[in-house]
Design a binder for this molecule. Structure first.
Ligand SMILES: Cc1cc2nc3c(=O)[nH]c(=O)nc-3n(C[C@H](O)[C@H](O)[C@H](O)COP(=O)(O)OP(=O)(O)OC[C@H]3O[C@@H](n4cnc5c(N)ncnc54)[C@H](O)[C@@H]3O)c2cc1C
Ligand code: FES
Length: 271
């Protein structure tokens, strides 16, 4: 984990979202699903940095460029929105445990990625890695409307088939992203039974719970990236805990910034 100031090299706003590109003259390495905590350099408010998934990173021997996609909610993301090229961003990274790809990289398995809204920001780097490892990959992408289908073009450019759902029906199937996902699992029930799939999901908690219920029924190994509210981002404030199932039936808790944000879906207590 490093605490460094990165320089803004690009910032594009679209609707209620921002696409921020930061640069450092250091070579940094990340695992898909890891995240950063960031805020404008020198800013007193907000006190705490905000957690953002590393959307895409490119490293050369001399520099690393890191992209984030954020949705504007409150003070932290409003402050990020003010950043301009040349400004500094105080950044803690890389943080957390990313996605495990060992299980999908064997035996001709296929990766099923399920994303809701800005949750897709945590999945593009995974799709890039799976492509490098020649793992067949498809994406189920949902949003409230077509303008909330974050990263659609970048996933399509990787050659990933995309099944789209929007709540208002402006693109793809009308409804939640779990709808096309459920239909796919019904169509490919035999492959699911044969253990051909591994699922990876990121999005709002109800979506993750819906995906976890579908994949538990279909007996598909599933990893979810949770987006709990975080303060420190490195394990000391215990503000980001998630409930996990205890071995003896009693519940227990894990810090999602350190033991997560990626967990096996069957380890979490969804009740
Ligand atoms: C590991 C991790 C990765 C994340 N990656 C991304 C990412 O790539 N892009 C991104 O946009 N966000 C991401 N988030 C969520 C992001 O950290 C929060 O949205 C952000 O901290 C909000 O800060 P704020 O100051 O703008 O809002 P606050 O002032 O903290 O909150 C304002 C209001 O918005 C509500 N709110 C805040 N966050 C959310 C949320 N996520 N969903 C629904 N309501 C919310 C609050 O309850 C409050 O009512 C990630 C979170 C985690 C833990
Ligand atoms: S955010 Fe502080 S312990 Fe996880």
């Amino acid at each position: 984990m490093k605490d460094i100031e990165l320089t803004v090299t690009g910032h594009r706003a679209f609707g209620g979202y921002g696409h921020l590109t930061l640069m450092t003259e250091e070579k940094l390495a990340f695992a898909p699903g890891q995240f950063a905590m960031l805020k404008p350099a020198g800013a007193i408010e907000p006190i705490w940095r905000r957690a953002m998934a590393i959307y895409r990173a490119r490293a050369t021997a001399r520099a690393t460029s890191i992209e984030f996609i954020y949705q504007v909610f409150g003070r932290g993301t409003q402050a990020l929105r003010q950043l301009r090229p040349g400004d500094g961003a105080r950044t803690l990274l890389p943080l957390g445990r990313g996605f495990d790809t060992d299980a999908v990289a064997v035996g001709g398995r296929e990766a099923l990625l399920i994303a809701g809204g800005v949750g897709s920001a945590a999945l593009l780097a995974l799709a890039e890695q799976l492509k490098r490892e020649q793992v067949p990959t498809r994406l189920f992408l949902g949003g409230r409307s077509r303008t909330d289908l974050i990263g659609l073009d970048d996933f399509a450019a990787l050659g990933v088939p995309v099944h789209v759902a929007t709540n208002d029906g402006s693109q793809g199937v009308t409804g939640f992203v779990t709808l096309p996902f459920e239909r796919f699992l019904q169509d490919r029930a035999e492959d699911a039974q044969a253990g051909k799939f591994v699922a990876y999901a990121c999005g709002p908690h109800p979506m993750l719970a819906g995906v976890a219920a579908l994949t538990a029924k279909a007996r598909i190994l599933t990893y979810v990236s949770v987006e709990e509210r975080m303060a420190c981002g490195f394990g000391v404030c215990v503000g980001c805990v998630v409930a996990v199932k205890g071995r003896d039936g009693d519940g227990d808790y894990r810090r999602s910034c350190v033991e997560g944000p990626v967990f096996r879906a069957d380890e979490l207590d969804w009740s």
